[in-house]
Design a protein. Sequence first.
Length: 114
Amino acid sequence: MAEGNTLSGVNVVLVMAFGSLVFVLLFIFVKRQIMRFAMKSRRGPHVPLGHNAPKELREEIDSSLSKVNDIRYEPHLLSKDDDRLKRQGQNGCYNYLFRMQALDAIRDSGETLF
């Protein structure tokens, strides 16, 4: 027998370990995708609202709940006349102020785009 044609025990173990690793990774990926699509398609509250209510009231409740998805509000993190900006160089390091200003600028640029 030629030595190159036979699989040694180490090679078999490595192939089995690699195969099981691929199987576990594929399982995790598929599970994440299923959960992602399930969460994306889930709409509305977990409890049925207006279960025994008349049809008009149920439709009004559904329309009110659908309006909630359109509410967008992002508060200003740092106003122009904030005290922290006035005493910025006096005592200590205020690195977070620059981050807050950057987030406000990004939010303001998003408002101008949309």
